[in-house]
Each structure stands twice: as C-alpha cells, then as structure tokens.
Design a protein around this ligand. Structure first.
Ligand code: IMP
Length: 171
C-alpha cells in the first residue's frame, strides 16, 4: 500500500487544527460531535490538541459506505438530537468524499433545531464534492482515491494503521 500521509505529517497538521479550533471558540462552550466509526482516532487526537477549555464530547454513528463505494443513502444510528439543541456543535469527521453524509446530516440537524454547526474534517476530496459543503477546519485535501488507516476502513479493516494509505484492493 502506498503511504499518502505519514503519522508525523498527520500529527503536525492535527496540532495546527487544534490551535485553529481553540482560537476560533476561545472560552465559548461547544460540543464536539464525533461521527463514528471512522473518526474515532482523529477525534481522540484532535480533542487533545484543543486547548479551549469549554467543550464536551458526544458521538453519533452515520453510515453510507459498503466496501469502497458510497451507497448514497445515509443512516443515523443514534437519533436523539434533543441533547444537542441550543448548543454550538463542532462535527468531527474523518473524510468528506461526495459530501452526501454531511449535507444530509447538517440538514437533519437544522430540521431538528440544531443550527450552530461547524465542521472539522481530517480529509476532503474537494475534486469530488466540489464545494457542496463548507468545511470550517480541514486537515488535507486529497486526490480522488480510496484511503485507509488512522480510523478509515475498508469493510471494517485497516483502521488501526497509524498512517493513511491509498487502498488498491490488496489485503
Ligand atoms: P461522503 O458521504 O461521500 O462524503 O462519504 C463520507 C463517508 O464515507 C466517510 O465518513 C467515510 O466513512 C466514507 N469514506 C469516503 N471516502 C472514503 C475513503 O477513501 N476511505 C474510507 N472511507 C471513506
């Protein structure tokens, strides 16, 4: 597998993102809303890189992928949004590919009265989503390749890699 982003490169960028997020929120309270499963490693690192003092962490599971392609249909697995109402939300996502998941989720939150929503994504494929969605804090813009590692999986596997690699179908 070809390494796209080394562990060191990721760590450096996560530190920068943590600084940007801290400066943006300051002392203002917010909820870091982690999209499971793919974001769990990024979320653990970005949470520890944020020096802003007033945030809590919450988790929601969304799914749209089977193998290496999007099904186009997003499902939510914990739909109790009452707890988020009236709070500032920072969504933490692993990757924005087509943008379907976050366009759908932001709309879902809006319709349920959660309106102050920002997005932090480690990766984006801007050539694919073509500005369908604004990412407030983005780690890296990558080419239209399927990637694994640092939480990102192929059918549940390879999340544990400490780096991000291009997946070409090998095991
Ligand atoms: P979107 O809805 O097309 O933006 O895709 C978002 C979700 O698809 C992400 O949260 C990932 O779970 C998954 N995904 C998209 N691209 C990749 C990839 O290259 N590797 C692993 N998962 C991906």
């Amino acid at each position: 597998m070809k390494t796209l982003l080394s562990a060191e490169t990721i760590a450096q960028r996560v530190r920068e993102l943590g600084k940007d997020i801290s400066e943006s929120y300051g002392d203002t309270p917010f909820i870091m809303l982690v999209i499971l499963k793919g974001s769990f490693i990024f979320a653990a690192d970005i949470a520890r890189a944020i020096t802003a003092p007033n945030f809590t962490m919450d988790f929601v599971r969304l799914s749209s992928y089977a193998g290496t392609s999007s099904t186009g249909k997003v499902a939510i697995h914990n739909d109790d949004v009452e707890r988020l109402k009236g709070s500032k939300i920072l969504i933490v996502e692993d990757i924005v590919d087509t943008g379907n998941t976050l366009v759908w989720f932001k709309e879902y939150l809006n319709q349920n009265g959660v309106t102050d929503v920002k997005i932090c994504s480690l990766l984006e494929k801007s050539s694919v989503h073509q500005n369908r969605i604004t990412i407030d804090f983005c780690g890296f813009d990558i080419p239209d390749k399927f990637v694994v590692g640092y939480g990102l999986d192929v059918d549940g596997k390879l999340r544990q890699l400490p780096y991000i690699a291009e997946y070409k179908g090998e095991s």
